[in-house]
Design a protein around this ligand. Structure first.
Ligand SMILES: [Zn+2]
Ligand SMILES: [Zn+2]
Length: 376
């Protein structure tokens, strides 16, 4: 496959940086970059939104070398294919994750693409006209829905249904513009959507699962992308083959561990000696227990293949963390079952107990806007 690495952006040698574009159950994406290599870790927002946030964060989309995927949940892959095709860059994932994604992207009934598209348009129209229940939406077997992280599921309140419907419409629009994603975020959306839909209609065999290049990796086996060494490690989460990553470049070590039900010893081992530690602090256990989710979803979030609570993250920071990171970034906070202040206080208390609060900058990754780049 093509292995050219962009060098047109001049950063001082030795500069390694991490920019969180989004973090949470509505979408996750982070850029890890050395002076010569730039990797997008997960693409859980639409391509259009990713482009917008990269520009806002001062990252040039065309300078990306690869997309790396942790697992197949929608909040990690939503914009993966469109972004990879637009930029012509390879996607790195495990083979089981790739297969799971392709399965979710492929309509189960054998119909022509034109028939399928017509069906999707009718569904999008009816969703716009009236409030359709979440259950009805799901029973249509939406081929572009992939399973979401458990904490993105909503309870059946009127407000929640409206939110879900809106998301469904947005992903339909993404589907119709599957062939392209405009980096021009100021463009007239109606015109663009019309043009994209017509473009897809004129290419009935367009395969939504096509990617410019796919590179498989295995958990536990390190590999390189440009001058960044990548080590994927297994995480306990309800996806087919979920991983976290450790990145090393120019002597800087960045560890990303989100979407995990608990902290097994293999994860502890990989998080040692990190200069930047991005750690899930998903929910406050009491808020989750007393909150609006159905019991089955609460159980899923709290299970050993769900998400890490503030308490579990704090316990790791207090007891097992080596205290050596310059930055600890709390990530994948639940919108419904957490408050940034609760996550922060819990982690601060844990770090204070270890006397490492002063040495560690504690940051919170946000859902709705990119975080300022961490530069080391
Ligand atoms: Zn997940
Ligand atoms: Zn997630």
């Amino acid at each position: 496959m093509r292995r050219s690495f962009h060098t047109h952006r001049a950063y001082a040698p030795g500069m390694v940086r991490m920019t969180v574009l989004a973090s949470g159950s509505k979408g996750n994406s982070t850029i890890v970059a050395s002076a010569t290599t730039r990797i997008l870790v997960d693409a859980g927002l639409s391509c259009r939104e990713l482009m917008k946030r990269m520009k806002a964060a001062g990252e040039e989309p065309s300078a990306l070398d690869a997309i790396l995927i942790t697992h197949e949940h929608q909040d990690h892959v939503q914009g993966m294919a469109v972004t990879a095709r637009k930029l012509g860059i390879p996607v790195y994932l495990t083979e089981p994750t790739h297969r799971a994604w392709v399965r979710w992207m492929t309509p189960q009934k054998r119909i022509t693409y034109a028939q399928w598209l017509e069906q999707r348009r009718a569904q999008a129209d009816s969703a716009q006209r009236s409030t359709v229940s979440v259950q009805e939406q799901q029973s249509t077997g939406h081929p572009f829905d992939s399973p979401a992280c458990a904490d993105s599921l909503r309870a059946g309140s009127a407000q929640s249904s409206a939110d879900s419907d809106q998301r469904s419409v947005i992903s339909d629009q993404d589907a119709t513009r599957a062939a392209r994603c405009s980096a021009d975020v100021t463009g007239e959306p109606d015109e663009e959507e019309k043009a994209a839909a017509e473009e897809v209609l004129s290419e009935p065999e367009k395969d939504p699962t096509s990617l410019p290049a796919v590179e498989y990796f295995r958990s536990g086996s390190g590999f390189r992308i440009g001058d960044i060494a990548v080590t994927p490690f297994t995480t306990p989460h309800d996806a087919v083959d979920p991983v976290g990553f450790v990145f090393e470049a120019d002597g800087v070590r960045i560890a990303i561990a989100t979407d995990l039900g608990y902290m097994p010893s293999n994860v502890h081992a990989h998080l040692r000696r990190a200069d930047v530690l991005m750690l899930e602090s998903n929910h406050d256990v009491d808020m989750l227990r007393d909150g609006p989710y159905p019991w089955s979803v609460k159980q899923r979030v709290m299970s050993r293949v769900g998400h890490l609570s503030n308490d579990a993250a704090a316990e790791f920071l207090a007891r097992s963390y080596d205290g050596g990171a310059a930055y600890v970034v709390l990530a994948h906070l639940s919108e419904n079952n957490n408050l940034p202040e609760l996550a922060r206080i819990s982690a601060e208390r844990a770090l204070r107990d270890r006397m490492s609060l002063l040495a560690n900058h504690l940051l919170l990754a946000e859902q709705d806007r990119p975080m300022a780049a961490i530069v080391l």
